[in-house]
Design a protein. Structure first.
Length: 366
């Protein structure tokens, strides 16, 4: 369950900070932020399922192993595979469609029991995925599309993700609340990924619900080239917008990895504007920036390692001829106010709800 003391105290703090003329949308955003920052301590996932199917091999095809979200899911899946006694291989798509397709074809040639599309768009791989289905390889995905659940047109049994629209709305709502309903925002996305573009548009729509807020720019720049592009782009945006640039909303923490040093060089960021907020995924570097007050104030962190364990559980259900669990993890907002409680010693969001023990119980292993 949610920690009621933490949640209510935050509600009271946020409501007290609202201006007297606050409109109903700002009040709704404040309540949503308070709910999303309270701690989850009780397991809300599945409690029944098939016993562990033995001797399975999975191949995880990462969109880009430089991406902290993908790394976290792979780590959780690796932990679960060790518990299950399954074999797991990981192939790196290196942030390009060419490499992702090459990795997928390599994986299919190995004829594993299951393949995971790890954070990239399956619409670029229709024919290989069809071939995998014909070979009776079970397909799962993480963050392949914005919505959780099966992706039937590609034969994908389940797409594991929090509701990406909820994640995006929450990031935007935090900017609205922190600004007192006056946020001037630049949004960063990568149109190569459908989920990224959908999240960015959802953030834009949410900001536009706030009568005195404004999206001053909408930037499409590739995640795979952030190290090269973000420093010069940051300086260019500072020159163009100056103090009007109050908030950054990005679809991923990776943008801020390379924006933060540029802001510091320009004497910006830190504990001052622009305030950076990410709509996923809760990377280690993002947690460090939030904890230290260094050019990031929040991230909507998904329970990445939990998602890795869930992937294995959903595979186990499919191998046993049973349907997916239907479990969707709720979005969780990490800020400086709750990072000491929810940040964990390893700087990631790993909810203290005992998910590992619950999955082991379902599978019948210790």
């Amino acid at each position: 369950m949610k920690n009621p003391v933490f949640g209510l105290s935050l509600v009271a703090m946020l409501v007290a900070s609202l201006p007297a003329h606050a409109d109903s949308y700002l009040e709704q955003a404040t309540a949503a932020v308070a709910k999303a920052t309270s701690s989850a301590t009780t397991w809300d996932g599945p409690t029944t399922g098939p016993k562990l199917q033995a001797n399975k091999k999975l191949i995880f095809i990462a969109s880009d192993m430089k991406n902290g979200g993908v790394q976290g899911v792979q780590q959780g899946l690796s932990e679960a595979a060790k518990v299950a006694g399954w074999k797991l291989d990981t192939l790196d798509g290196a942030g390009s469609v060419k490499d992702q397709l090459a990795a997928l074809n390599q994986a299919i040639a190995q004829r594993p029991d299951g393949i995971i599309i790890g954070g990239w768009n399956p619409n670029v791989a229709k024919m290989p995925l069809k071939k995998a289905v014909q070979q009776k390889i079970v397909l799962m995905a993480w963050h392949a599309e914005p919505a959780p659940g099966p992706i039937k047109q590609y034969g994908i049994t389940d797409n594991i993700t929090s509701d990406s629209n909820e994640v995006a709305r929450l990031a935007a709502q935090y900017a609205v609340v922190k600004s007192g309903g006056k946020a001037q925002v630049i949004i960063f996305t990568d149109s190569l990924y459908k989920i990224a573009l959908d999240k960015a548009n959802a953030m834009k729509q949410e900001i536009e619900k706030c009568s005195e807020c404004k999206v001053i720019d909408f930037i499409d720049t590739p995640l795979a080239d952030t190290s090269n592009r973000m420093p010069s782009l940051t300086f260019s945006l500072l020159q163009k917008y100056g103090d009007r640039w109050q908030y950054s909303l990005a679809i991923n923490d990776l943008y801020f990895d390379f924006m933060a040093p540029a802001l510091k060089t320009a004497g910006k960021g830190g504990k001052n504007a622009p305030y950076n907020i990410s709509a996923g995924d809760g990377s280690i570097s993002a947690f460090q920036r939030i904890r230290n007050g260094e050019s990031q104030v929040a991230t909507v962190a998904e329970p990445l390692k939990l998602h890795g364990w869930q992937l294995l559980d959903e595979f186990n259900r499919a191998f046993a001829g049973q349907p997916s669990s239907g479990y969707v993890t709720p979005a969780h907002l990490i800020t400086q106010e709750n990072i000491s409680q929810d940040g964990g010693p390893q700087n990631n969001y790993d909810p203290a709800n005992g998910y590992q023990a619950h999955y082991k119980t379902i599978w019948g292993v210790k």
